[in-house]
Design a protein around this ligand. Structure first.
Ligand code: ATP
Ligand code: MG
Length: 438
């Protein structure tokens, strides 16, 4: 094999250098999003409320159903898992039957049927249901039998996390209705529901009978502020890193960034984790504000990439039109008319898409503005010139290119030169020819 230049990468040397670089972590897992820490600062009130509702389990009582609401990253899942762990430990300690916990994430298991099937399989993993085809009433009858087969006085907690992701109102109402009434058919065991949602008005959409039963107790998780996020990060840092490696300023900055964006602890932890990866990869010995900024920017870029890739075909055509105008006008702004012209040209070149009106395009451009991919504003051109909307590309050209080049529909048009630009090229060209002739 021919070596490429002198700078070929030596993987052995790289690993040796990596081993020589400072050790950062005591417990790297403590920065994982799925890790449930032993301490959850600023959630005492919520832990207490859930503990009070579920404590009757310790005396063989059946707790009320609970509905938990709070924005993303406010610790809902972590708190419920924490309480479940502690309650189970306590039952074990005092020698009573430990409760059965079934955790269902409705973002992954989206239909009522699959919720029931998963529940059934979780209760009896040895004898799972066939993947499809068992009628709901049969599953239910067998589920009740399985629950009754659990030890006497058992409590089965069913956690329906991200419950707002359940699709199809009818099937959602049905499964929640059935589950909220299942205790009527049970003698020895009792079922308790814990619904978790980050959409407050989720309840308004429910069948009133389901709502009154699911929401017997309601608990709200407020968003964290910067000071609280700082404490949360500090406690995770203490578990994860070797002492005194993370600058306090870096933690304050990370907390402030996440507090500004909805008070989301997950966001704060993700930035911190990414910053730690940067420190480790570069063989550095401290985590400072600089790595927090770099980590935040990298994550934002990743987010934008995902966003571009997931755009619907029409939105991609609009973004591509703004990109092509930007590219061939060497960064100058374009009018809506120019972008619309390019969009119409592109639409003629592919099958299966209807050409939208210019007005609709203006609305869709405003949506791209909101996520920072483009920027559009009205500009006045004097008394007679009227007003026209001008559009510029805000994302990096390379970012658009990278994320659209594999697109099956639009990937081939990244070098397409819009007609109005080709036409002005001809004018310049013929003008020059004219001059050379004179
Ligand atoms: N008070 C806290 N102390 C320590 N870590 C926390 C705290 N609150 C949240 N976290 C951590 O932040 C991350 C997000 O928390 P969690 O998943 O519980 O949020 P959530 O409210 O369930 O969000 P979503 O609605 O998006 O599911 C987790 O890694 C969790 O361990
Ligand atoms: Mg959650």
């Amino acid at each position: 094999l021919k070596s490429i230049g002198n700078s070929s990468f030596n993987i052995d040397n790289y690993f040796d250098d990596y081993l020589k670089s400072p050790k950062l972590f005591v417990n790297r897992n403590a920065l994982d999003i799925a890790y449930v820490p032993d301490e959850l600062p600023h959630r005492d009130l919520q832990i207490k409320e859930i503990a009070e509702i579920t404590a009757c389990t310790l005396k063989n009582g059946a707790p009320s159903n609970i509905f938990i609401y709070g924005k993303c990253g406010t610790g809902k899942t972590a708190v419920v898992k924490h309480v479940s762990k502690k309650l189970t430990e306590k039952c074990r300690q005092i020698g009573i039957v430990t409760p059965k916990w079934v955790y269902i994430n409705c973002k992954r298991i989206k239909t009522g049927y699959r919720v029931l099937a998963n529940l059934y399989n979780a209760i009896d993993p040895e004898n799972p249901l066939p993947p499809t085809g068992t009628p709901v009433d049969i599953i239910l009858t067998r589920l009740v039998e399985k629950l009754e087969d659990l030890a006497a006085n058992s409590i089965c907690f069913i956690i329906l996390d991200e419950i707002d992701s359940l699709k199809d109102k009818k099937s959602k109402d049905n499964v929640l209705y059935v589950l909220s009434r299942i205790n009527e058919n049970l003698q020895k065991c009792k079922v308790n529901l814990i619904g978790i949602s980050n959409i407050l008005n989720f309840k308004d959409d429910l069948d009133p009978r389901v709502c009154s039963s699911l929401c017997e107790e309601e608990i709200v998780f407020p968003a964290y502020n910067a000071v609280q996020l700082f404490d949360i990060l500090s406690s995770r840092v203490a578990e994860a890193f070797i002492e005194d490696i993370v600058d306090e300023g870096a933690l304050r900055l990370c907390s402030a960034i996440a507090a500004k964006e909805n008070g989301d602890a997950r966001r704060a932890l993700t930035i911190l984790r990414k910053a730690a990866e940067i420190v480790e990869r570069k063989g550095m010995s401290r985590l400072t504000e600089e790595q927090i900024y770099i980590a935040r920017d990298n994550l934002d870029r990743d987010k934008i990439s995902l966003f571009i890739r997931d755009l619907p075909a029409q939105q991609k055509a609009i973004l591509l039109s703004v990109y092509l105008n930007h590219k061939y006008k060497k960064g100058e702004v374009s009018s809506t008319g120019e972008v619309y012209g390019t969009y119409c040209e592109l639409l003629k070149k592919v099958y299966g898409l209807n050409t939208l009106t210019q007005r609709r395009i203006t609305d869709l451009v405003k949506e791209l503005d909101l996520v920072g991919l483009t920027s559009s504003r009205l500009k006045s051109f004097g008394k007679k010139g009227g007003r026209t909307r001008i559009i510029s590309l805000k994302a990096q050209e390379s970012q658009i290119k990278k994320n659209l080049q594999d697109d099956s529909r639009w990937g081939d048009f990244l070098d397409y030169k819009p007609f109005h630009i080709r036409r002005s090229d001809i004018n310049i060209y013929s003008g020059q020819r004219y001059k050379s002739l004179v």
